[in-house]
Write a protein that binds this ligand. Structure first.
Ligand code: ATP
Length: 524
């Protein structure tokens, strides 16, 4: 029987734990809400994702450089950025279940329910009418569907206005009017909606000498903005140019669920691209396309990505979109691309009293650059890779296997070397091969159990190649290489192994694919 997406997701989470990808944090003490540790395979996969991102920014673009700013920053940073006053989520509690929810998410889920109802009716009708089906006409003329659409639109408009006006009473009223119930208790016994600031704070220095309240950064971007002048001057950077950074960020999320999708401590890969005022929308479009190419080059499936343009723009933004990925729980944001105007640099200039401008020699004038931001969560990227790679495969003869079809570039282990038997000099030969390959690739060695079992173990962690050393190897200098996805086997010469593995796992092959046709119109 086909399993539901929910069941599949549960299996992926269990698989991540069983095979050393992700563990709950401090598990021996029963874990800590929405905090996770990466295990021996998880950290390799994550590092490979980070390298793929970092190099695609800093190697492919001569005008993008990286930094590594501290997590602790002067507290005024967060006043200037607006996080102290406005980095809030509207929360609501259900008095019966004592569960806490984000009011905006409850309403968004309600809108999604209307969408589902509409889509179901449309699908039913499409089947009934066949080729002659006209979806638009059907939506306008079918009374029931039209009713759903009208209700959905009205709700959407009311919700957007309440969010824009920061009207918490109205958010609660919407929840009551829509008769939204708590999924746990099933009741509508809701508290008022309150604002909740998502920043974690701590104290620096001892209380005796006046401790200072500081925050754990909720995004890495501000570390880039406050270093704008440092990097621009010391790197003699010319607009347009970018600064990239990978690092931890912290948010006290109200509802943390869906595994590593929403964590309280997570990692971001952000790039701020500084451009001339007035050119920001051109660059926004450029970065949208570039980032989508970066995702698609991994080969997880082009149909799993879509853009979702923001309807409610942050007060400082003049364009924003998300790259969404089809997770087992629907299309979800993995990356945000935002045109942030000159808001951040201007705010830091205002609060610090420093002049933060760029003198443009071509225009012969100074200005505060505008910014395009690309911001992707490492953990969400990790999850999208995991979810689209996991397969429980039925094999001929009634056998099954669990295989991770990881993009070879990202696979934690690139090849596993296996002596057919544990004697006759085969282990020594296998070690010899491994010792040659290990300088360039993460390789493993396995001599325990039958070859079949060893293959399954490597399939489960997504190793693209298994290399078997047998008795013939000692005479003909050849080994059997088994391919993870097709399970086909080839006999190849030992000296060819390096090139076979390199070709499949070298990120350069992907960089060429991304750059291919897109760069001539990109970086001057
Ligand atoms: P959401 O609406 O899902 O809370 P967001 O719009 O607040 O996300 P951004 O502030 O744009 O997210 O952050 C950029 C990226 O950082 C996101 O696209 C996501 O990949 C990642 N991210 C944000 N919050 C979390 C989190 N709590 N756990 C894991 N990744 C996160």
């Amino acid at each position: 029987m086909a399993q539901t997406q929910e069941e599949t997701f549960k299996k992926i989470v269990a698989h991540c734990k069983e095979y050393g990808f992700v563990f709950p944090s401090s598990e021996i003490y029963d874990g800590l809400g929405a905090v996770y540790d990466y295990g021996q395979n998880g950290v390799e996969l994550k590092n490979n994702i980070k390298r793929y991102w970092w190099d695609s920014m800093t190697l492919l673009h001569e005008n993008i450089v990286g930094i590594d700013a501290a997590i602790f920053m002067h507290p005024t940073t967060w006043k200037a950025s607006g996080h102290v006053d406005a980095f809030n989520d509207p929360l609501i509690d259900n008095r019966d279940s004592k569960k806490r929810y984000r009011a905006d998410v409850l309403i968004e889920d309600q809108i999604a329910k209307y969408d589902e109802k509409i889509a179901k009716e449309v699908e039913k009708a499409r089947k009934r009418f066949g080729d002659s089906f006209d979806e638009e006409l059907f939506k306008q003329t079918n009374e029931r569907v039209h009713g759903h659409i009208v209700k959905r639109e009205a709700l959407h408009e009311r919700f957007a206005k309440a969010m824009n006006d920061n009207n918490l009473d109205e958010l609660k009223q919407i929840i009551l009017d829509e008769e939204i119930v708590c999924p746990i208790s099933g009741t509508r016994n809701w508290t008022d909606v309150r604002q909740f600031n998502l920043m974690f704070s701590t104290e620096m220095g001892s209380t005796a000498d006046g401790a200072m309240k500081i925050y754990l950064r909720p995004e890495t971007a501000q570390g880039i903005f406050v270093n704008f002048l440092n990097v621009q001057k010391t790197g003699r950077m010319k607009v347009p140019f970018g600064i990239a950074q990978i690092g931890k960020a912290f948010r006290n999320e109200i509802v943390a669920r869906q595994f590593v999708f929403r964590m309280r401590e997570f990692e971001q890969m952000e790039m701020q691209f500084f451009v001339r005022p007035g050119e920001e929308l051109k660059w926004f479009e450029h970065w949208k396309q570039f980032r989508l190419k970066w995702h698609k080059a991994l080969g997880l499936g082009d149909e799993k990505y879509r853009f979702h343009d923001h309807e409610k723009l942050a007060h400082y933004a003049n364009a924003a979109t998300d790259i969404e990925f089809l997770m087992p729980f629907g299309f979800k944001e993995v990356e945000g691309i935002h045109s942030r105007t000159n808001f951040d640099l201007s705010q830091h200039a205002k609060y610090s009293g420093k002049k933060i401008e760029y003198f443009d020699p071509e225009l012969n004038r100074s200005y505060t650059p505008y910014v395009i931001e690309t911001s992707i969560g490492v953990d969400r990227m990790f999850l999208s890779v995991m979810c689209s790679s996991y397969e429980e495969q039925q094999l001929e003869g009634g056998d099954t296997r669990v295989v991770l079809h990881l993009p070879p570039v990202l696979a934690p282990v690139k090849a596993c070397i296996m002596p057919l038997v544990k004697k006759d000099g085969l282990p020594e030969k296998a070690r010899e091969i491994m010792n040659e390959l290990k300088f360039d690739f993460k390789v493993a060695y396995d001599e325990k159990d039958s070859i079949g079992k060893r293959y399954r173990r490597q399939d489960a962690v997504g190793t693209p190649f298994c290399i078997t050393v047998d008795h013939d190897t000692l005479n003909d200098g050849c080994v059997t290489i088994r391919h993870r996805d097709s399970m086909t086997q080839d006999r190849v010469r030992i000296e060819d192994l390096h090139e076979i593995i390199r070709k499949a796992t070298d990120p350069k092959e992907l960089y060429r694919k991304i750059v291919g046709d897109s760069m001539e119109d990109s970086m001057e």
